[in-house]
Write a protein that binds this ligand. Sequence first.
Ligand SMILES: [Fe+2]
Length: 363
Amino acid sequence: MAKRKVLTEETLKRFIKRDSHSMLEIAEHFDVTPKEVNKMLLSMKNSNYNILEDNSTMVALGTDINTGVVTHPFDPRMWQGDILKFGFSSDNHMCNNNSREDVNNLLYDIFASEGIGLVYNGGNWIDGEHHFNKNEIFIRGCTNQLKYCAEHYPYRKGIITKFVAGDDHEGWYVQREGINVGEYLVKHRRDLGMNDLEYLGYGEADILLSEPDQKHESWLRVLHPGGGSAYALSYTMQKLVESYQGGEKPTIILAGHYHKLDYSFPREVHAIQMGTTCDQTLFMRKKKIQAMVGGGIVEARRAADGSINRVKVEFITFYDKSFYIGKDKYFKGYMAEKYKKKEVYTEKTPGKPDIKTFDPVGQ
Ligand SMILES: [Fe+2]
């Protein structure tokens, strides 16, 4: 007698990942009713599996969620008059032993202390899993890493973090499991009562900076590009901007992925590389890639015609692996005292993250 195939999330995932199947085919394959298949699909959708359906009866699991640049409309809440001020932090690689959660938390404390309500993240918030990072991660499994990120990514009252997902690291889970990791992260964060994360898209997202009735259209692009590091810091940005066709150039680019802090102005595009909050990993050491640990703040002004005519970029940098709060290095006076008293940050022991978060502004 043929062995009965048991319907579970895992078996259904494997079955529809290979090929599209009709509901009837799935029901027959697992020897269950279509109602039971529907129930399982619904539960998978709730866990942000990328279930593909159309007008036919066919169902499939998509492992590529790249649909090109996702565009977002003008959002007046981002602006204070004609000034746009936001923070950026990227490539946090949480769950890797080298991730600097202390740095990311301090960046958010600086953002909060400066009244910044919006932060962009260019992807790689978690380290994911591949054969070359297995010895460096302290949490395994897609759900486990995302839950860890949802729990430990800095939360500050009044700050919204808008992020893209990279097609590497968290993206490896998309390709293997067919899960929309960005939406899944937001869901876990909400389950913990925090409504501060907004998923912008997979790989690339454009945000309209000009008001709809203004003559000149200005766009901000947040992206996680591909490819390795180049011999010159600004070269990757220069090539990226060169690849854009005339008329589709964004005004400001925020790029993750390269773990570099850099600002350049190729073809009149403000190209900002967002740095990383992760020390050099084994993978990077082997490839001789430098990690520039830090983040930053951008302040832009918009002219009456909608063009962005002033841009100020500030980098917040961390040179050493063991910086200590309380030495007046990043905060002075009352903020430093707060850190001293609370002793909130400790030097990170690889494999044993001992980072507590607190809310210096909200408390
Ligand atoms: Fe990265």
